[in-house]
Design a protein around this ligand. Structure first.
Ligand code: NDP
Length: 250
């Protein structure tokens, strides 16, 4: 019996990276996990298989986020497989690494559509499915609090808006004892960083040096923080922004 036995969770972007780590951890804790993906169905199936191999229960749902109607379509797919929800983790996200002067309107809109607008409407349409006492966890970034990588300016802005959404939504849903929190990772070894982080020892050492703990984060380290927020132990924590950067902001 895990601490989340009997609960249902939806983790967006759970086919790979941090989302996969979160889905596997919530599955180990006993939740039945909806493993959302954008286009990579094979990877989502791997996450489902990993959860099942560990004795858990999961199913995959595909839905591209960032276009009108995306949230409604995702919930329709979810409803076909599950009745009601206890934990929503808005994890799916995209980066946009480009100097201030080079960002075009289309890219700017896309970054906000995926990182900010999709979580907003997933939560809005999800609220009626979330049972009282439920959980929403939004995956932010340390970059919304420190200008460590100014070439990610549009991305950091989109996540900062997600932080404000987290704060205000905690007041909206608080009367139903639904908590809403943000977890802010630092640099984590996932595909989103593959282009530069896995490029050589120098890049890796530079990334590791940003953390007070002297390392690059793993999906499991972020997942453990999300699992705490999803658990009953965190019932009195809401509207919070949890620094999970390994001390990169200190
Ligand atoms: P990855 O690129 O490794 O994985 C991204 C996940 O999101 C995949 O499951 C992908 O699905 C899904 N996804 C991406 N775009 C869309 C879309 N338009 N529609 C639907 N699904 C989509 O990213 P990470 O695991 O690194 O990042 C997860 C979250 O953590 C993001 O919100 C990111 O901003 C945040 N974060 C990451 C940090 C890092 O260093 N890695 C640091 C700070 C924050 P599919 O497999 O189908 O493509």
């Amino acid at each position: 019996m895990g601490v989340l036995t009997g609960k249902t969770a939806l983790v967006t972007g759970a086919s790979r990276g941090i989302g996969r780590g979160i889905a596997e951890r919530l599955g180990r804790d006993g939740a039945r996990v909806a493993v959302h993906y954008g286009t990579n169905e094979a990877a989502a199936k791997e996450t489902v298989a990993a959860i099942e191999a560990a004795g858990g229960e999961a199913f995959a749902i595909g839905q591209e986020l960032g276009a009108p109607g995306d949230a409604a379509a995702l919930w329709a797919a979810f409803d076909a497989r599950a009745e009601g929800l206890d934990i929503l983790v808005n994890n799916a996200g995209i980066a946009a690494t480009r100097p201030f002067g080079a960002i075009g309107e289309e890219e700017f809109d896309r970054v906000f559509a995926v990182n900010t607008k999709a979580p907003f409407f997933l939560a809005q349409l999800g609220a009626e499915r979330l049972r009282d006492g439920g959980r929403i966890v939004n995956v932010s970034t340390g970059l919304s609090r420190a200008a460590l990588m100014p070439d990610l300016i549009a991305y950091s802005m989109a996540k900062a808006a997600l932080d404000v959404f987290t704060r205000d939504l905690s007041k909206v849903l608080g009367p139903r004892r639904i908590t809403v929190n943000a977890v802010a990772p630092g640099i984590v070894d996932t595909d989103i960083n593959a282009g530069w982080l896995r490029g050589g020892e120098e890049a890796w050492a530079g990334a590791a040096a940003m953390s007070a703990l002297g390392g690059v984060g793993t999906p499991a380290e972020i997942a453990d923080v999300v699992a705490f927020l999803a658990s009953d132990d965190a019932r009195w924590v809401t509207g919070a922004w949890i620094d999970a950067t390994g001390g990169s902001l200190t």
